[in-house]
Each structure stands twice: as structure tokens, then as C-alpha cells.
Design a protein around this ligand. Sequence first.
Ligand code: SF4
Length: 265
Amino acid sequence: MIDIDYKNGIKILLDEYKDVLDEEIKKGLIWRYKIEDRKLSYEDQQGLLKDIIVQLLVQGRSAKGIETQLNNIKEIIGEWSIENIEKNLDSLGMSDRKIQRLTEILQHLKSSSIDDWIIELHEDNNHIPRMGLKSDDDFLKTHGFYEHIPVDRHTQRFLFRTGIIRWYLKRNNDDVLTLFAGAYEGKYRLFQKIVVAFCKKFCSDVYIQTPNGELRLAENPGILDIVIWRHCGENENLGCRNICGNRPKCNECVLKGACLWYILR
Ligand code: SF4
């Protein structure tokens, strides 16, 4: 059995991305406090509506070209208000399924409020309209709810390459086929479970300093996603370093000492 020092590896990885992590967490927590304290300004609410649109637009595709698409939408609708979005649903460039989801969310927001909806999303209330599994988690994580970890292809690839999946399956004596069989939701939840178990096992004493105190990674696995995305994402215009992308640049990778892929090279 190959023994990998994941704990040290994760600390090195977090340190490598410290600046961007500090900046994103600071922004995320400001959102979270405003949402939880019900202190969203009208502009904040518009910003959140725009973020919902972004999540739906990138669902099932890459974020490439999203900025241009948003600018075009903004030109058509003007302000990011519920009314303006409702009036221009056909101009958003979304599939019927996404428009249906958006319509249900907007209806809900009209009888509730966006902060209540986000809190319910965070508390896993299945009775409210949602964007979709990964979109919900990504939205929550972006707004400071780091208990949630979105799982995308970067995360999955990272988990496979580093051997974290191997560690999890071996520990539980699980069948590797469970990762490929079954419906999307079951697989998505399993990947999340693996990240959570990994953080609990190897990051129990890893803390992230924030302006309002420290956050324990074990309870806030979404923070790890910020780093994984920057490390593995290919879009350098969005701040990704493309180190562990489709062609891993292991020699440039700070995690190589704690990565099965590199150890087995
Ligand atoms: S060592 Fe290579 S495979 Fe492992 S995380 Fe780094 S880039 Fe990816």
C-alpha cells in the first residue's frame, strides 16, 4: 500500500493559492453575512439574480464566452431585476429546461425573498425551486457557504489522479464500479462524500484564516474547491493555472509529493 502524505500536500496546495483564497473567501463571507443578516441592498439582490443566471448559463458547458453573453443580456434587459428578466426570458440564450427552472425560481422569489431562498438552499430544503445539483453548490460556495462542495470534471479528475478515490474505496472496501453506475445524482453525491471524508481524515487541523476568525477545512470543504478549480481549470483568463488540466504539468505542481499519479509515473 502506497502511503501518501495528503495532509502536508493539501497544506502546501492551500499555501500556494493563499492570495487568491484570501481574496475569494473575504468576498464570499461578506455575501454570507449580508444574506444571513438580511442586509442585502437592492444592488446586491440584482447581483445575486445575475449570479443565478450565470449558474444556469454555464450549466452543462464551460464558462468560455460567458462574459460576452452576460454583457449582451444586460444590454437587452437593462437592470438585473426579476421583472426585466421575466420579460426577456427568450433573450437569455437558455434551453427550455433552464428557462423552466429560472421561471420557477423567479416565481418563488416574488413570494419570498432572495436571502430566504438562499438560506433554504443552504439548509437543503427540497421544497424550493433549485438550479441543479452542481449549480446550487457552486452558487452557495461562491457566496460564502463553504459547507457545500460543487463537483465538476476538474474535481473528479483531481480525485482520481491524486489517489484520493483509491484511498476512499480501499478504506470502505467499496466497489469502484459504484463511481460509474447509477444515476447522476447518486454519483454526484458519492464524489461529494469522498471529498468530505477526505477533508475530515486529513484536514482536521487545517484552518483558513479569515478577517472574522478561522474556518476549519474539515467543515468547509468548499474552500478546497476554490483551490482545485484554480489548480486544475484550463481557462487562464479566469485565473486558472491549468496545472492539473487535461494534460497534467506534474513537474510544475506543488502537490506532486502527495499525488499518486506522480508517484506512479
Ligand atoms: S502531480 Fe500531476 S497529476 Fe498530480 S495533482 Fe499535480 S499535476 Fe495533477
